[in-house]
Design a binder for this molecule. Sequence first.
Ligand SMILES: *Cc1c(COP(=O)(O)O)cnc(C)c1O
Length: 450
Amino acid sequence: MLLHSTNRNTLDVDFKTAILTGQALDKGLYMLNQIPSLSIDEIFSFRELKLSDIASTIISKLLGDSIPEKNLKLLLKRALNFPVPIQKIDQKDYICYLDKGPTCSFKDFGARSLARIVEYYLKEEDKKIIILTATSGDTGGAVAQAFYEMENINIVVLYPKKEISDLQRKQMTTLGKNVTAIGIDGKFDDCQHLVKTAFADEELKHINLSSANSINIGRLLPQSIYYFWSYSRVADKVGEKVIFSVPSGNFGNLMGGLIAKKMGLPVKKFISAVNENDEFPNFLKTGRYQKVEPSRKCISNAMNVGHPSNLARVIDLYGGQIDEKGIIHQEPNLDEMRRDIASFSITDELTKKTIGQFHQKHGGIVEPHGAVGWAALKIYRNQYPKHAKFKGISLETADPAKFPEEIVSLVGVTPKIPDSLLKIQSKKEFSNEAEIDNYSDFRRFLSKKF
Ligand SMILES: *Cc1c(COP(=O)(O)O)cnc(C)c1O
């Protein structure tokens, strides 16, 4: 199985190369040349399987013979060692909770699977690498925890100092050892830009940089698992179609779903739920792409992305081409995209209102990212009464305890803090190792440290 770069300006590679290098040298993202498919009967039969068995079935189809199935099964079992509950909320709508991993974010899914896959390949290669990653809030913690204490792997995480919560920061800064977390005086997009520039920098080639952002295809593919999983738990009939509402920032979450659909998962519609960073719904509507620059600051902070990197893959999947600057070189099939995906921008005001109303109506608590997803699903329900018969699954991507002030002020209840977060709160933070204002600072730091 080979992968191409979405910029189509470099040679195709195999999985191992794509996973160990992260980003293609032409600054494109690696994307599968072909996507294998499963029958609707096989997909329906997943209702008999455990999460880890569904996971290894899906990933071994995607990776082909790159990792023997027996090894893959074991490493996915270790990676996905937490529950993924699905709860019926009203008549037709469910929430799938992706927040039960060690960092209480859906990013644990991709990050932990990727870490194990990388570890497997590195053992084969006897090689050292540096995982470089930019985070808008949750990726950094998930990646740092996933690779923490692994041999021959160093992790450098860049985060926007002023845009993440204390807890999100502590998930990265309290680890030490092979984890270096650096706060940047800027936005997520600035962090992302530094990382992308480093990957394309020939002078840094010798230190074996790799990415664990949703740029890395190894993080993306495991994100198709929970679509199959949640489908298998709500579908009653072979081939029954469902609607997914997907809180979206860098569009890795959505890409996992789109891959699942290409593999045959019966999906009526994906709802890409974004916050006030509305470049994607605008693009779907008008066919013109304009990034939001600088990105808008919303309470669903892990989704404050004005130019999602995985959009390159979404557009590639629909036959188009967009480069890292956001310039479209080949139009995707917009009609087909619109058939598969609806997208709504949810204001902070509506996000807050949704958190309050959800608590009143259902008793439970959704946090800001999940609330964006839930609000978008409800807008869809209003706009498409004809689709009322299809079940809806809204993804909850973080634990409410990560946003305590917001939740208390909106519902008057303090969310219960999961054990994994409790432990972090009292730990000592390591201080910033470097002041980084521009790319040359960053390059100097990397060359000196590694
Ligand atoms: C990253 C993240 C998202 C968005 O996922 P993308 O893959 O960036 O679209 C949503 N919610 C939470 C809590 C996240 O951390």
